[in-house]
Design a protein around this ligand. Structure first.
Ligand SMILES: NC(=O)c1ccc[n+]([C@@H]2O[C@H](COP(=O)([O-])OP(=O)(O)OC[C@H]3O[C@@H](n4cnc5c(N)ncnc54)[C@H](O)[C@@H]3O)[C@@H](O)[C@H]2O)c1
Length: 337
């Protein structure tokens, strides 16, 4: 997508839900740079102010602490005059194992609330973050968007319900929607506690002088996707009419096993070989194989994806502090009950 198209968002009011989280903070940053009037909405249940402090003095950035399930007058006030909603707030996978009811509330009822508000307030565009987990354990490879929905986790079920509400609002009310199914996102500011991504968790351990722990035999394959490719997918979806009513896989297509990742990160971060890969028990519901077909978003929206995984990772890992983000901020992801 050309820069001129993204620039169409300049001066427009946009809401980024989950804006203090990992993906949402990168998206907020890009939108602030474009010159959009950004409302960063987050309840801080998992997100951190530390992820967005660098944006706080930008005049077109506004943080609002609010629950996406809130249907009251404060939400109506925020939606007034909104051009685009980027819905990234979610109760995440590991949290779901502890509290599936919260998942249902946030991921399904929260999405329903936001599409209802979008229709009521004449929002032009609704871009919805979903997940590859809606497919469950894939059985058709490469997995494209027509794969049956067979989630094997509470998270997958609740996210599927959320994206189906979004789709129904497109069909019944003509809301201009796009569903983006993310896979194994990595990049700076990803949570590195037990609710975080595997790259950040390994990084945290290795830099603390601890062995990375791989659950199961480590042969499970992941399709790691650079966070800025997701930002590009969100922006393109917001401005390209081709994306109307579509659902896209947003995955790099890179296939790396967790063993390869752990060994590769040790090569980069521990060249003296002091540490080694450790194995733990397999995780319940862990999906073994991913081979994701992202041709549709490449063809429709021209998203290129960062294909040089190890090169990108090596550059990203050269600034450990930036990668792990502000770890002095509230680590509220643990307060899930
Ligand atoms: N990171 C990944 O690998 C990945 C993969 C697939 C899908 N996704 C999806 O991408 C989106 C962003 O994920 P992320 O990795 O940035 O997660 P994250 O946990 O870093 O960010 C989610 C944000 O949502 C906020 N939030 C949670 N419940 C809320 C509520 N009720 N009201 C308002 N805010 C609330 C949290 O405080 C947090 O800041 C989510 O929809 C997630 O399901 C992420």
């Amino acid at each position: 997508m050309g820069e001129t198209r993204e620039m169409a968002l300049k001066g427009r009011k946009v809401i980024v839900t989950g804006g203090a989280g990992f993906v949402g903070s990168h998206l907020s940053e890009a939108l602030v740079d474009i010159g959009a009037d950004v409302i960063c909405l987050d309840d801080l249940s998992a997100g951190k102010m530390g992820n967005i402090t660098h944006l706080s003095d930008r005049p077109n950035f506004h943080f609002v602490k609010l629950d996406v399930c809130d249907s009251g007058p404060r939400m109506d006030e925020l939606f007034k005059g909104t051009d685009t909603v980027f819905h990234n707030a979610a109760s995440k996978k590991n949290i779901c194992l502890i509290n599936p009811q919260r998942d249902l509330d946030v991921n399904a009822a929260g999405a329903l609330n936001l599409v209802q508000k979008s229709v009521a307030h004449g929002v032009r565009k609704f871009v919805h973050a979903s997940t590859g987990s809606v497919y469950g354990e894939p059985r058709i490879f490469p997995t494209n968007e027509t794969h049956p929905f067979e989630p094997v986790s509470y998270y997958g079920v609740s996210k599927l319900a959320g994206e189906r509400y979004v789709d129904v609002f497109h069909k019944l009310h003509g809301l201009d929607t796009t569903i983006l199914r993310y896979f194994h996102v990595y990049g700076p500011r990803q949570e590195s506690n037990e609710f975080g991504g595997v790259v950040s968790i390994f990084l945290r351990r290795i830099t603390a002088g601890l062995n990375p722990i791989v659950f199961g035999d480590g042969e499970q394959v992941r399709s790691f996707t650079w966070v800025r490719d997701l930002v590009a997918a969100n922006l393109a979806s917001a401005v390209n009419p081709r994306a109307t009513g579509e659902a896209y896989n947003v995955a790099s297509g890179i296939r790396v096993s967790v063993n390869e990742l752990a060994r590769g990160m040790l090569d980069i971060l521990d060249p003296e070989g002091r540490l080694q890969v450790e194995h733990g028990p397999p995780l319940l519901g862990d999906i073994m194989n991913f081979d994701v077909d992202s041709r549709k978003i490449r063809e429709h929206l021209g998203i290129g994806f960062e294909t040089e995984f190890w090169k990108t990772l090596t550059i990203a890992l050269s600034d450990v502090q930036a990668f792990l983000g502000d770890i002095s901020g509230p680590q509220q992801a643990k307060a899930v009950s």
